[in-house]
Write a protein that binds this ligand. Structure first.
Ligand code: FCB
Length: 442
């Protein structure tokens, strides 16, 4: 299937997952450093202390991108590298690092796409409540102001937040991500402040980076009833409220979904829900990270509770996520129908599969990832055919990297990383993606 001529082909990564250099050049502690060093939180006790050592090896990694022909690189800025205690003193060495990365990208004709917050929150501010503290809105805007003043002349594509559902719900409700809190009241406070921070930061970015495209990245997950029973249908809509509408409605309508407000009841006590009106700032694009769908079913014997299941015979990635490219098409069509956003980018899509034993003729064979990408790229092309203003697609990820609570075991890269030597080796999927870019077709 063919893509429009000006379609943006990119690869994505994030600071904590690849940079390493956790204690270098003045970087402050982040919640993921603290969390990963807490026994039992991350698989095999892995941490991002070294990760892919991208902090030192970025020239090699950018050369890889150039060789693949990618048009754009989506990376994130580490807040505590810029502001070691989260606010106040600016660490010039941190700004210099991103400035060098941006210049190196531009020298190769690769457009930098920068995310301001991809989960490495300053520990010093977490100690003051993190995103549950109403001051977090101001902390974030001040940090974003510093970064966009320094890089805004050269970076012309900004994502403020990556997946606020994960920051709030995985971080403060389920506790699977840093800071590892399990408290519904705190989770919804955090989500609320993330939405307010989105509304507050967009004009600041625009001011500091004239002509830039500014947007947010959400991670919608289709919530489909597992059966046609009225209870599953009802619960699937609730699950949609929890995973999708709780974030889409603020960003695009300036309000929370009323059915969910009712359901959550006193969990929301003390929050000024009307204030979320300010989250509905016009943006230039919406970023969508797409990985999976959930099939929702009632839990027998526990009225009103739901769980997610998989269809019989589903094909799964190493994460246990179902391979179902039509879900991407359907979600893009829905988002386009329900929002007025002028452009959509898939800011992440990709898959983890077990590592091949050894490279053959210098290439790691990863046929499943090739098939996965082909399927999802076709899913994206079908959405364009149906009128969705999809402008680009970023593969997650360039490199195998630190997959949060799963550590280094789950490999998402189209380029293999040997974490003992830091050697990078292409996988077949990287060559496949190179062909896609060259031909403008998947
Ligand atoms: C997304 C995250 C990204 C990566 C992928 C697999 O939720 O944004 O950092 O971990 O999942």
């Amino acid at each position: 299937m063919n893509f429009p001529k000006d379609f943006v082909w990119g690869v994505a990564a994030s600071s904590y997952q690849i940079e390493g250099a956790a204690r270098e050049d003045g970087r402050g502690e982040c919640t993921w450093t603290r969390f990963s060093h807490t026994p039992g939180k991350v698989k095999d006790g892995d941490t991002g202390d070294v990760a892919c050592d991208h902090y030192h090896r970025y020239p090699e990694d950018i050369a890889l991108m150039r060789d693949l022909g990618v048009h754009s690189y989506r990376f994130s800025v580490s807040w505590p590298r810029i502001l070691p205690t989260g606010r106040g003193m600016v660490n010039e060495a941190g700004l210099d690092f991103y400035s060098r990365v941006v210049d190196a990208l531009l020298a190769e004709g690769i457009q930098p796409a920068a995310t301001l917050y991809h989960w490495d929150f300053p520990q010093a501010l977490e100690d003051q409540g993190g995103w549950t503290n109403p001051d977090s809105v101001k902390w974030f805007v001040d940090y974003a102001d510093v970064v966009t003043r320094a890089l805004g002349d050269r970076v012309k594509f900004w994502v403020d937040f990556n997946e606020p559902w994960c920051s709030s719900m995985l971080g403060y409700l389920f506790g699977q991500h840093a800071p590892g809190v399990q408290d519904a009241v705190k989770a919804y406070r955090a989500a609320h402040h993330l939405m307010l921070a989105h509304g507050a930061v967009v004009p600041v970015i625009r001011q500091n980076s004239p002509g830039a495209q500014v947007g947010i990245t959400l991670n919608p997950v289709p919530q489909l009833p597992a059966t046609s029973s009225p209870e599953d249908i009802r619960l699937a809509w609730q699950a949609d409220g929890f995973a999708n509408r709780w974030f889409f409605d603020p960003v695009f309508k300036g309000s929370y979904p009323m059915d969910m407000v009712k359901l959550l009841g006193e969990t929301l006590d003390g929050l000024d829900l009307d204030a979320v009106q300010s989250a509905a700032v016009p943006t230039d694009f919406l970023g969508i990270n797409y990985y999976m769908r959930w099939l929702i079913e009632a839990i027998p014997g526990r009225p009103g509770e739901w769980g997610s299941t998989l269809p019989e015979g589903a094909e799964l990635t190493a994460m246990g996520w179902e391979v179902y490219p039509q879900g991407l098409t359907d979600m893009l069509v829905r988002v386009h129908r329900e929002t007025s956003v002028p452009a959509i980018y898939v800011t992440e899509c990709g898959a983890a599969y077990p590592e091949a034993a050894a490279p053959v003729n210098g290439i790691y064979e990863d046929p499943k990832r090739v098939a996965f990408l082909k399927g999802y790229l076709n899913g994206a092309a079908l959405a364009i055919q149906q009128g969705v203003p999809l402008k680009g697609f970023y593969v997650w990820s360039l490199l195998d990297n630190f997959e949060w609570a799963h550590g280094y075991e789950k490999r998402f890269g189209i380029v293999h990383v040997d974490f003992a030597t830091q050697k990078r080796t292409l996988k077949r999927s990287a060559l496949y993606f190179k062909d896609v870019i060259r031909n403008g077709a998947a």
